[in-house]
Design a protein around this ligand. Structure first.
Ligand code: COA
Length: 433
């Protein structure tokens, strides 16, 4: 059979494809903006055929209907990162959460902690050699397909062809479902004055020639606003969004000084608008690799002047960061936070930054606290955390004692909370502030 015949022999409808899933199977699906929505919808519609199918994925951007009330008999959801549609299911017991560094998720499949029965992924159409690109989401999706017993692939005309080690050959796919839906887009966040102040503080630590990792949301976008006068920045990041395109077009991001993958933007997944997806399509400047490579701290550290910027829910007096829980409620996950903090700490002249507003819940709660809320996870430990930034300034923690850390953090807390934090400081450390 030639390539075209091989391709055609594998084409089925979404309804036919999901019949290959059997009760008791573990199904790993693509996630974030690469979520294979048509096959997931067909799987949910076929729920009466299943009992106890485990659905594993990270960032939920679709409806996650398999985690809805009434689906318990058919599906259990195992979240490696919680999000809007799955948080309630975890709280209410219809879903559970597996803590894991993003860089180590592929190992869960490879080493048999979570053997994969079925991988459902979304890909670009094949090139003349039969290779399809993982497009906007390579991360754990490519490894899931590699270790799965059955691979079901949505082939989407609209999926950009991204470069790097981002391909799978049609010979490695079992069932092809042709789709033509738009790629999920991330709404661009509104950037407030507080986030602008945080962004400006972060940008003050970024030297020309640095390589950056930025997360999702308003703070990373605000940082990018203040980098317009920098020179020859590079990107080695878990993900990027539209803001990076502006800085490439402005000639600020060139990657010229990168000590690993010189001249290239290295990422593992993308979340943005069609503008970002058009930018990465067939663009050799952007290389995508799976997450066990991009987020490996030893790989990250090979970038000199690596600057990583992540966020937090709470930070305690010792510098322990909770970035994923509100009390006992799991709201996200560790993601790549610790991977990048450790990579940046090991990088020559690298710096790890935690950037967050000083308050939450419309100013009612301080995010700098004496003790993390009961039940919260410590996402990044006190030995790893270095720079903490709010709209009120910069606290540098490495090399500082417990008292010095607490003082530095209280000095960047919101002024409305500083007095009560100072009272707690005096009680705890038995000394003057
Ligand atoms: N106490 C109570 N609630 C708090 C809180 C606190 N100290 N801090 C935040 N919240 C609430 C907010 O009010 C908000 O609630 P809402 O959704 O009902 O509005 C919610 O938690 C999320 O907070 P927000 O500040 O809007 O979050 P964000 O989008 O800036 O994300 C993290 C912040 C920490 C949750 C996010 O960065 C994360 O998940 N990090 C871990 C993963 C990671 O770092 N990956 C690497 C980069 S991709």
């Amino acid at each position: 059979m030639n390539l075209q015949e091989i391709y055609e022999s594998k084409v089925v409808t979404a309804e036919q494809a999901v019949k290959k899933i059997k009760s008791g199977n573990r199904v790993v699906t693509g996630h974030a903006c690469g979520e294979p929505t048509d096959v997931i919808a067909a799987m949910v519609a076929n729920c009466e055929e299943y009992t106890n199918v485990e659905i594993v994925h990270m960032v939920p951007m679709g409806k996650a209907e398999f985690a809805n009330k009434g689906m318990e008999k058919h599906f259990t959801h195992n979240a490696i990162f919680a999000g809007g549609p799955t948080r309630e299911a975890i709280v209410e017991g219809r879903a559970d959460f597996t803590p894991c560094y993003f860089s180590e998720v592929p190992e869960l499949f490879k080493k048999g902690y979570l053997p994969v029965d079925v991988a459902i992924v979304q890909l670009s159409p094949p090139d003349k050699n039969g290779n399809c690109s993982f497009g906007v989401s390579n991360d754990y999706t490519k490894p899931a397909a590699k270790f799965a017993k059955i691979v079901i692939a949505e082939i989407n005309e609209k999926m950009p062809k991204t470069m790097g080690d981002s391909f799978i050959n049609i010979s490695e796919i079992d069932y092809i479902v042709e789709v033509n839906h738009p790629i999920i887009e991330l709404k661009q966040p509104k950037i407030s004055e507080i986030e602008k102040a945080i962004g400006e503080n972060c940008a003050s630590l970024v030297e020309d020639g640095s390589t950056l990792q930025l997360g999702i949301g308003a703070i990373p976008d605000a940082v990018l606003l203040f980098l317009k006068d920098k020179k020859d920045l590079g990107i080695h990041s878990e993900m990027i969004s539209d803001g990076v395109v502006d800085l490439v077009e402005a000639g600020v991001i060139t990657g010229k000084n990168k000590t690993l993958h010189n001249g290239k933007i290295v990422v593992t997944f993308l979340m943005g608008s069609k503008r970002l997806y058009d930018f990465v399509d067939n663009n050799p400047m952007v290389e995508m690799y799976s997450v066990d490579y991009v987020n490996n701290p030893d790989i990250i550290a090979q970038n000199n002047k690596m600057v990583c910027i992540n966020s937090a829910v709470q930070i305690d007096f010792m510098g322990q960061v909770n970035a994923e829980c509100i009390g006992q409620t799991q709201i996200s996950g560790v993601g790549g936070q610790v991977d990048f903090v450790r990579g940046a700490n090991k990088s020559k002249d690298g710096i790890a930054i935690m950037a967050m507003p000083s308050t939450a819940c419309k100013g009612k709660i301080s995010k700098i606290v004496p003790i993390l809320d009961e039940g919260s996870a410590v996402t990044t430990g006190r030995n790893d955390v270095n720079y903490v930034i709010t709209e009120y300034g910069i606290a540098q923690l490495k090399g500082k004692t417990l008292k010095q850390r607490a003082r530095a953090l209280i000095n960047i807390a919101h002024p409305d909370f500083r007095n009560e934090l100072i009272i707690e400081f005096k009680k705890r450390f038995k000394c003057e502030f």
